[in-house]
Design a protein around this ligand. Structure first.
Ligand code: GLN
Length: 487
């Protein structure tokens, strides 16, 4: 078996038993990259030499103290919106060009300290704005299950890299679904933690009140191990929570007895593909059979979520992206004076979707419109959050599909922003409410494309959703499916 196809926990065990070295594992991942990435295009930047050096150091550390650090020696891919010291960080935008950050994001520092090996930086929609990875200014990433289809987005490169065994696990960010939707489309596990659970310091900001960092992995246990490594308070991020980090892997008991599950009726309405609905309902039946108590619930403000998200997210983006003016870093156009240089740098540097969002957000925040749009959106956001608070009085977790369809074709939605925005209809309320949610495989459609199920939890209760997801995974085989990429 190709070592790159191993899960993180299996690879870690082999490393600690000295049955496999980190250098072998890292070489296997790069071998896989060289075999598949000319089709998939998951990576923007590869760092083979640095990775092999990190692997060598990990091997020495493994020999020295037989360390029990779960990430030690493990090849991990990182979405290209995490600042990585000395390693090009583009955010898939021309405006950052060949920007080389002078420091590491806190999460990068944590995984480096834990001995992880960074394989490279993965593709995304420019500034994480999109649902298909087609908004990358560099190239689109292709879905490993079908090269004509998108891998989802914005963390499409990370999801495709995990699904095609080009790394053992990956990091992504999720502002409105960007970890969960690509995980669903590529048949991997992806978790958006509670807002504040993981530090955002050194992550290129899109919508700061919703951005969260999380893992994309081959199974649920890997997801728990990754979260343990990256979660925790960071004084450099004032929104990071000062709460202790549970041993998430200890929550994986394999049983769901006594768990109360809510199934929101608003998530099974027009627009959902029949096969997606059937697969998720089948999964719910299995959980019920295994001892969970299932009840239908209501999240009545769901229908406003897309509208609210696209006001709040664009407003925050317009302000966050004001810093890209060609002066301090990135692309600078030649202009005859300062103002023209600003304008031309932004005109040349940003892609169409990013410009659309800056304009929408600037409009929503402008004098005279602020009350009608931004303020109103904030009020509806509070109602959406209250829906979840009320639901969690009655249940321990909520189950929904992750996305209304399986992976769509490249080019299918790119000309129609509204259609693209609707592919996040099941994921964005979660970011507005700040609660954690995970996507895991729960079936395949008639085209052989993976279907994802979303498990939503209470604030800071990642343990319960990991427990539930793990129990489901133990009872099924979906996560074992691998894309056939030979042909
Ligand atoms: N697809 C959503 C958007 O375009 C979410 C993106 C994200 O989570 N970064 O905004």
């Amino acid at each position: 078996m190709n070592p790159a196809a191993l899960t993180l926990h299996d690879a870690g065990e082999k490393l600690r038993k000295h049955e496999l070295s980190s250098q072998e594992l890292t070489l296997a991942a790069f071998q896989r990259i060289s075999e598949t990435d000319d089709k998939i295009h998951a990576y923007i930047t590869l760092c083979r030499d640095a990775a092999l050096e990190q692997a060598k150091q990990a091997d020495e550390r493994l020999k020295r103290d037989g360390s029990t650090l779960p990430l030690l020696g493990i090849p991990i891919a990182v979405k290209d919106n995490f600042l990585t010291r000395g390693l090009r960080t583009t955010c898939a935008s021309k405006i950052l060009g060949d920007f080389i950050p002078p420091y590491d994001a806190t999460v990068i520092k944590r995984i480096r300290d834990a001995g992880a090996v960074i394989t490279g930086k993965t593709n995304l929609d420019e500034f994480a704005m999109g649902s298909s990875a087609e908004n990358s200014a560099l190239f689109p990433t292709r879905n490993p299950w079908d090269g004509e289809r998108v891998p989802g987005g914005s963390s499409g490169g990370s999801a495709a890299a995990v699904a095609s065994d080009q790394c053992i696990a990956a990091l992504g960010t999720d502002t409105g679904g960007s970890i969960r939707q690509p995980s669903a489309f590529c048949g991997v596990v992806g978790l958006k933690p509670t807002y504040g659970r993981v530090s955002r310091y050194g992550i290129i900001a899109f919508a700061s009140s919703m951005d969260q960092v999380g893992p994309l992995t081959k199974d649920v246990r890997d997801c728990a191990l990754m979260l343990e490594a990256i979660a925790g308070h960071d004084p450099a991020d004032s929104t990071s929570a000062d709460r202790s980090v549970p041993r998430y892997s200890e929550a994986l008991t394999g049983d769901v007895k006594g768990l109360r599950l809510g199934v929101p009726k608003e998530y099974f309405v027009t627009g959902i593909a029949l096969e997606v609905e059937q697969a998720v309902r089948e999964a719910i039946r299995l959980l019920e059979k295994n001892g969970a108590a299932v009840e239908e619930i209501s999240l009545p403000h769901t229908e406003y979520a897309v509208a609210v998200y696209y006001i709040v997210a664009t407003a925050e983006a317009s302000s966050n992206l004001a810093r890209y003016d060609g002066m301090r870093f990135g692309h600078r156009a030649g202009g005859k004076d300062l103002l023209e240089t600003y304008m031309l740098s932004r005109e040349e540097g940003f892609g169409a979707e990013v410009k659309r969002r800056i304009m929408l957000g600037t409009y929503a925040l402008s004098a005279g419109y602020y009350d009608a749009y931004y303020l109103k959106a904030q009020r509806v956001r509070a109602l959406i959050k209250q829906d979840f608070d009320a639901a969690f009085q009655r249940c321990d977790a909520i189950i929904t599909p992750t996305a209304p369809t399986t992976a769509f074709k490249i080019g299918e939605k790119i000309e129609d922003p509204l259609q693209m925005y609707l592919s996040d209809i099941y994921t964005i309320s979660i970011n507005l409410a700040g609660v954690p949610a995970l996507s895991l495989p729960c079936g395949f459609d008639a085209n052989g494309l993976p279907i994802g199920m979303q498990v939503i939890g209470k604030h800071f209760d990642e343990s319960t959703i990991l427990r539930l997801a793990y129990a489901y995974e133990q009872a099924t085989e979906w996560h074992r499916g691998k894309p056939r990429m030979e042909d």
